[in-house]
Structure formats: structure tokens, C-alpha cells
Design a protein around this ligand. Structure first.
Ligand code: PHE
Length: 337
């Protein structure tokens, strides 16, 4: 093989190289101890002495050319690599793509937020039994069978005479029997009523019940507790007022109103121009109810309240129909993401 042929062969192979590590293989193939260049050099013995010098020089030149060509190619591949690396740079500090996960239902979110407000005020938070006895829902609350006050709650009944609770007051007796004064407890959970639905009424809704029993607890404590809660929930100081009302398990029974959260008391269609929103039933716990719960009403007094959860959420977000909550309509639900 001639010098020129070896060079041609080398050039051809070199031009196809893409990887730095293959260059080393190519170098050994041509410049290694048993490489093509040395093989060529061995042919020197076949030449006449006067041609040897010239041939030796030629082979040496070939060697240097190959070395230089490999070096150049190395540089080329290196800069290519660097260019590619900088193009493909991965910014590990970029935020990830937002996963399309679900989220908590607005009712659950609000339940947790409200539980948090009352826990900060020292109340424990309970969930009601959703199906309970006539005793828990009515009798223990000073509502005997056939008492006309039962008409205040349109009740579903099971065949066994149990009922899906009509209000969270159904937990009051359990609380009095299972806690010792001072008692501060909040019950948040589902209630059920056998009534026609409209924008303001659902057969299934939620209540937030609260009880506070200790020595010397008065209506003043009740009003202040409610004022603090609503101011926290609506994010600004709100005025409250009470007027007499009737529930068999409180005496006096009251209806508490807050300053309209939409018009700030000026009067609007939601508060029917009155500036006030009647928002909950409450009052001093009836002595017979305390007694039925094993608490001596001569020693301890207390207050109770029941708030409709959906109603206060609707007022906060300007939701016009209570039926949205259980509609399963994702356009509504996703607003609370
Ligand atoms: N349980 C009553 C209702 O659902 C509300 C209420 C609770 C009233 C506690 C007074 C005290 O209508």
C-alpha cells in the first residue's frame, strides 16, 4: 500500500466520525504500534537504500498529517458537543407543569375554615351522626312526641323510627353527657329535611351547631361569640343584633342578625332594604335540656346556636342558588379551586 492510499483511507474514515471516543480507536488503527502507518514503514526494508530516506520522510509527514487531522476533528466535535449541551440546558429551577388534580369541594373547604375559627376560640369540633334517634333529635331537646313544635322540622323517617337528622342540635344531648363543664363544642355536618327545594332550600344541607356551658354564661357571651365568628368569616368587623324567637330547647330563644355583608347595612335586594341579615337561631340552653343531659342548671348555664352553612357561604360569594352545591356542576365547583 502506498502512502497516498493510507491517507485516503484515513480521510474517508475520519469524515464519518461523530464521537470523540471513536477518534481514539481511529488513532490506534493508524498510528498505534501495529497501526497502518507502522505497517507501511516496515516496507522500507524492501526499498533500495537511496529511496529509503525519501520514503521515511513521506511516512513521517503522513504521521504528522494524521495527528493534526485527528486533533482538528477532536476540537470540532468538542465545540459541537458544547453547543448542543448549552442548547439543551435544563433549568431545574423552573416550576413543574400544574397537574390536573381535583380539589376539595367548597363545602369541605368552608367546613375546615370555620372549624379553624372556632378552634382558635377554644371550641372542639365534632361531626354529627347523620342518622340518629327520635330521642336525640327531638325528645332530649324538650320536644316530646306529638309536640306541635315538631312541625318546625319536615322530617324524613326510617321504618325503624330513626331519622336522618333535621338539625345538628341532635348532638347536644350526647355532648352534655360526654363532656364536663366548661363545655365548648361545635358540630358541623349534614342535615336533611323533607321539603320542596328552591333557590334557598335543599333537602340536604349543613349546619354549624355550637354549645358553650359553664358557670355564669349569658346571652352577652353568645352575642360576642357570634360577632367574633362572623367578623372572622367575612373578613371585617360586623355589627349584630338579636330579636326574640322560639325554639323549644332554648329560653330565651333568639334570632341573630348581622349587618348585611353585601350592602354594608345600607339596604339592598338581598337584605330586603333592611340592612340586616337574619342568619341564625340561638339562645340560652333550656334548663330541662341541660338536666336531660346530666348537667345541673342551677350550677351551670350556657348558650347554643345553629347556623346554616350554605347560607353564609352564599352570602360570602354572592351565590344565588343553594342547589349549586350538590349539583355536581364542575363549572361551579372549579370556581373554588
Ligand atoms: N336547631 C335549630 C334549627 O335547626 C337552630 C338552633 C340551634 C336554634 C341551637 C337554637 C339553638 O332550626
Amino acid at each position: 500500500m502506498k502512502v497516498a492510499e493510507v491517507w485516503q483511507q484515513f480521510e474517508k474514515k475520519l469524515s464519518g466520525q461523530k464521537e470523540l471516543k471513536d477518534l481514539e480507536v481511529l488513532r490506534i488503527e493508524f498510528l498505534g504500534r501495529k497501526g497502518k502507518v507502522n505497517q507501511l514503514l516496515q516496507k522500507i526494508t524492501q526499498l533500495s537504500p537511496e529511496k529509503r530516506r525519501e520514503f521515511g520522510q513521506e511516512v513521517n509527514q503522513l504521521k504528522r498529517r494524521i495527528e493534526a487531522a485527528i486533533e482538528r476533528k477532536k476540537q470540532e466535535l468538542r465545540t459541537d458537543l458544547e453547543n448542543n449541551l448549552s442548547k439543551e440546558k435544563l433549568d431545574v429551577t423552573l416550576p413543574g407543569q400544574e397537574p390536573n388534580l381535583g380539589h376539595l369541594h367548597p363545602i369541605t373547604q368552608m367546613k375546615w375554615e370555620i372549624a379553624d375559627i372556632f378552634q382558635r376560640m377554644g371550641f372542639e369540633v365534632l361531626e354529627p351522626l347523620e342518622v340518629n334517634s327520635d330521642y336525640a333529635n327531638f325528645e332530649a331537646l324538650n320536644i316530646p312526641p306529638d309536640h306541635p313544635a315538631r312541625d318546625m322540622w319536615d322530617t324524613f323517617w326510617t321504618r325503624e323510627g330513626h331519622l336522618p337528622i333535621t338539625h345538628t342540635s341532635s348532638m347536644q344531648n350526647w355532648i352534655y353527657r360526654n363532656r364536663k363543664p366548661p363545655i365548648r363544642a361545635v358540630v358541623i355536618g349534614r342535615c336533611f329535611r323533607n321539603e320542596a327545594t328552591d333557590a334557598g332550600h335543599e333537602h340536604t344541607f349543613h349546619q354549624i351547631e355550637g354549645v358553650y356551658v359553664d358557670r355564669g354564661i349569658t346571652v352577652a357571651h353568645l352575642i360576642e361569640t357570634m360577632r367574633v365568628f362572623f367578623s372572622e368569616f367575612y373578613g371585617r368587623e360586623l355589627k349584630t343584633k338579636v330579636r326574640p324567637s322560639y325554639f323549644p330547647f332554648v329560653e330565651p330563644g333568639l334570632e341573630l342578625a348581622i349587618e348585611c355583608v353585601l350592602c354594608r347595612g345600607k339596604g339592598c335586594s338581598v337584605c330586603k332594604q333592611s340592612g340586616w341579615l337574619e342568619i341564625l337561631g340561638c339562645g340560652q340552653i333550656h334548663p330541662s335540656v341541660l338536666k336531660e343531659g346530666g348537667i345541673d342548671p342551677k350550677k351551670h348555664t350556657g348558650f347554643a346556636w345553629g347556623i346554616g352553612l350554605e347560607r353564609i357561604i352564599m352570602l360570602r360569594y354572592g351565590i344565588e342558588d343553594i342547589r349549586h352545591f350538590h349539583s355536581g356542576d364542575l363549572r361551579f365547583i372549579r370556581k373554588f379551586k
